[in-house]
Design a protein around this ligand. Structure first.
Ligand SMILES: Cc1cc2nc3c(=O)[nH]c(=O)nc-3n(C[C@H](O)[C@H](O)[C@H](O)COP(=O)(O)O)c2cc1C
Length: 210
């Protein structure tokens, strides 16, 4: 199954991209196809609210991203924290997906997960997670977090300069957890009818039937 990673940082190869690559690596190790799209350097205009969609008639980088989103089974969004919110680039990306919601909920049921990096320990990463998870819920996606035993809102890391987030051991655990959790959910979907007989291989001894 296909996992699309979208990095919303305006800085190419920064912390968010590094963390997203770690999560995608987990998905690839579990046998899933992965693709990374960095929004950095791409021209993505803000949604002008013209209400003409679908389709979106703004001719920019989003036109190549729409089919990637539609073709994915899971979408992981990674973002830096900017003033306790997502950067404008990522907000524009999210707003511009209105056309997919209006296309009979084209993202409905896809797995969604988030990874957020900030320079400070309590710099607002949870707010950014919330914003992105809200975007996923409004698309009627199925959201997962970082899975047990950490099991919170997704991958949350601390790092300022590129490469620093990799040194945040506790944060990296949550990022790897996101990758594993997405991979598990996709595997569960491919081999069963929804909700049947899955034992989640979470922490040792924690597997549970559902
Ligand atoms: C405009 C701006 C605002 C920022 N605001 C915050 C913030 O509110 N909280 C925080 O923890 N870090 C903040 N940061 C730091 C970035 O989140 C941090 O450097 C992060 O690692 C950048 O990720 P990237 O390398 O993927 O771009 C801000 C950085 C910029 C450029």
């Amino acid at each position: 199954m296909k996992v699309l990673g979208v990095c919303g940082s305006p800085r190419k190869n920064g912390n968010a991209a590094g963390m997203l690559k770690l999560a995608l690596k987990e998905c690839a190790a579990a046998g899933h196809e992965t693709e990374l799209v960095e929004l950095a350097g791409k021209r993505i205009n803000y949604c002008g609210g013209c209400s003409a969609c679908p389709p979106c008639n703004v001719k920019d980088a989003m036109q190549a991203i729409y089919p990637k989103l539609e073709g994915a089974d899971a979408v992981i969004i990674a973002s830096p924290t900017y003033f306790a919110g997502p950067p404008g680039l990522l907000k524009s990306f999210m707003d511009r997906t209105l056309t997919l919601r209006r296309k009979n909920f084209a993202l409905k049921g896809k797995i969604g997960a988030v990874i957020v990096v900030g320079a400070s320990r309590n710099g607002g990463q949870e707010n950014v997670c919330r914003d992105i998870l809200n975007w996923m819920l409004i698309h009627d996606m199925t959201v997962v977090g970082d899975g047990s035993p950490t099991a919170h809102f997704g991958g949350i890391c601390v790092g300022r300069n590129p490469g620093e987030a990799e040194k945040d051991e506790a944060g990296v655990k949550t990022v790897v957890g996101v990758g594993k959790r997405v991979a598990q959910e996709l595997a569960a979907r491919s081999g069963r009818r929804a909700g049947e007989g899955v034992v989640w291989p979470a922490a040792k001894g924690e597997g549970r039937k559902r």
